[in-house]
Design a protein around this ligand. Structure first.
Ligand code: ADP
Ligand code: MG
Length: 333
């Protein structure tokens, strides 16, 4: 079956009336979509592109790819405390495969509908498989969570169990980290879903407005992403390694592998944020209400750079970490 570009767009990416959220003044199908923020709101806009072989493996089911392409973009809105409203889709396809497109669109639009995010336009072209999405959300003027807002004395928090996506990637690669001992079928299923079908923390980002100071989503690795917050805020941080949340699926790995996954694994799309100690009870209540694990892993300090510690509980002085995580290099990378 062969489909022209316009039939393809019409069939898979234009929604019939009554299907999906409608926020645009003029939606998909014209030269431009026309959008207006609600009174008192600012736009939060972000773009992320996924390229085959670089950001996803060719083995990923198309439904999950559609989901993930939007999820990584919604995660940026979550990190800003913005509510999803609209997105555009730039699709580069090596060939027109109607079955693949139907499954891709299903995963994409299911998440779009669940997030109240309207597909308002895009572009379709041929070439190596790549999916570029620009997402637009609304945040009350002055209330966005930003990277530069961390303050000395803030506590450092992370959601969920960072590291699981990296464990799945290592399993796909057949590396010793995932093979020794082999992951159980349940563990494999769970971490594969975290890699291929991440859940953007949109509700958490909204709940943290007015409570958290700075926030970022963990896409490149916890330490690397924390580095962006510290540099933009002009502060440093200390992390207690023994307080890092440990996924049950990572618990069977060697400690060095656990730390690799948690500190440097990307693709988790958890939120890393800072909040003053006086808001700790509120942060805990938000985690309980949303059923999202939130873990306090360190604090923001005036001295620049990052200090990693282990032990140090019960009044003992913390000891420096004697492995490569003690080095500043990785954090800068
Ligand atoms: P133009 O030639 O003016 O760029 P196009 O032919 O690329 O317009 O697109 C026609 C309409 O279809 C536009 O409204 C555009 O936003 C929409 N569109 C194109 N590709 C996609 C896509 N992959 N997903 C959603 N909408 C799309
Ligand atoms: Mg076009």
């Amino acid at each position: 079956m062969s489909l022209g570009e316009f039939e393809l767009i019409e069939r898979f990416f234009m929604r019939p009336a009554g299907q999906g959220p409608r926020h645009a003044v003029v939606g998909n199908g014209d030269d431009c979509a026309i959008l207006a923020p609600r009174p008192g709101m600012h736009w939060a806009v972000s773009t992320d592109t996924l390229v085959e072989g670089r950001h996803f493996l060719s083995t990923v089911p198309p439904e999950r790819l559609g989901h993930k392409a939007l999820a990584v973009n919604l995660s940026a809105l979550a990190a800003s405390g913005a509510e999803p409203r609209a997105f555009t889709l730039a699709l580069t396809l090596p060939r027109v495969d109607a079955d693949w497109l139907a499954r891709f669109a299903q995963g994409l639009l299911a998440l779009a509908d669940a997030s109240g995010c309207e597909l308002v336009g895009g572009d379709t072209t041929s070439g190596p498989l790549a999916i570029g999405i620009t997402v637009m959300g609304e945040v009350p003027a002055g209330q966005a969570l930003l990277r530069h807002a961390a303050q000395v004395g803030d506590e450092l928090w992370v959601s969920g169990h960072p590291g699981e996506a990296r464990l799945a990637l290592e399993a796909f690669r057949g590396s010793a980290m995932a093979d020794d001992p082999p992951l159980s079928p349940a563990a494999w299923q769970a971490v594969r879903l975290r890699l291929e079908s991440p859940s953007p923390r949109v509700a958490l980002g909204l709940a943290l407005r007015g409570v958290a100071h700075a926030a970022i989503d963990v896409s490149d690795g916890l330490l690397g992403d924390l580095g962006h917050v510290l540099r933009r805020s002009g502060v440093g941080a200390a992390i207690a390694l023994d307080t890092l949340p440990l996924s049950p699926w990572l618990a069977t790995r060697a400690r060095a592998a656990q730390l690799d996954c948690i500190l440097a694994g990307g693709d988790d799309y958890e939120l890393l944020f800072t909040a003053p100690p006086g808001r700790r009870a509120e942060v805990e209540a938000i985690g309980a209400r949303l059923a999202v694990p939130l873990t306090r892993i360190g604090q923001i300090e005036a001295a620049p750079g990052l200090r990693l510690w282990t032990g140090g509980g019960a009044g003992r002085p913390p000891e420096a970490v004697p492995n490569r995580w003690a080095s500043f290099d990785h954090f800068q990378a």
